[in-house]
Design a protein around this ligand. Structure first.
Ligand code: 4NP
Length: 180
């Protein structure tokens, strides 16, 4: 066997499966897009890198308000994340109706964010849900907004992101693999 066909036949089945798999996408959404959703984006990207899965999921974040558009994540959140060796690469932007039709999964940090997303688009193609869907019952329903509080609030948000992000990977990658 020679040429392209030979290489195709020789490829390991698991690699062949990976090649055919569609890249999935996830958008984290909070109010300002400078604290909670950038933390979700950074923690998930870090986890994907550690598991060699960065090519499998596109990760982004946005805010329901556009007040901080263009800004990096809040310096207090970046500092807390850097102590865990997590980089937060986001620049704030406002979520759009189109986002809700183009991302596979849109994750709201609290119930107010979720209600705002539903108002923006009542029939989205994306699955739109709360972050706490990826957590067990020991965590609160809403990811608390740390913006007006102390340093412990930023640590708590990161703890929540670290607890929930593995489940997001499970939904977008592991279940996807089994459906191919
Ligand atoms: P975030 O936090 O929604 O987690 O990014 C906030 C950031 C800024 C403001 C509110 C919440 N703000 O009012 O400017």
């Amino acid at each position: 066997m020679t040429g392209r066909m030979g290489r195709f036949r020789a490829m390991r089945p698991c690699l062949l499966k990976r090649r055919n798999m569609k890249k999935r996408s996830v958008l984290f959404v909070c109010l300002g897009n400078i604290c909670r959703s950038p933390a979700g984006e950074g923690v998930l990207l870090d986890l994907l890198a550690k598991r060699s899965l960065v090519d499998r999921i596109e990760v982004d974040s946005a805010g329901t308000m556009g007040y901080h558009t263009g800004n990096p994540a809040d310096a207090r959140m970046r500092l807390a994340a850097s102590k865990r060796s997590v980089d937060l690469p986001s620049r704030a932007r406002q979520v759009t109706k189109k986002d809700l039709d183009t991302f596979d999964l849109v994750i709201a940090m609290d119930r107010e964010n979720l209600a705002d997303l539903r108002r923006l688009h009542a029939t989205p193609k994306a699955r739109v849900c709360l972050f706490s869907e990826f957590l067990d019952d020991t965590w609160p329903t809403d990811v608390p907004d740390p913006y007006y509080g102390g340093d412990d609030g930023f640590e708590y948000v990161l703890d929540m992101m670290e607890a929930g992000c593995p489940k997001i990977i499970e939904e977008l990658v592991v279940k996807n693999e089994h459906s191919v």
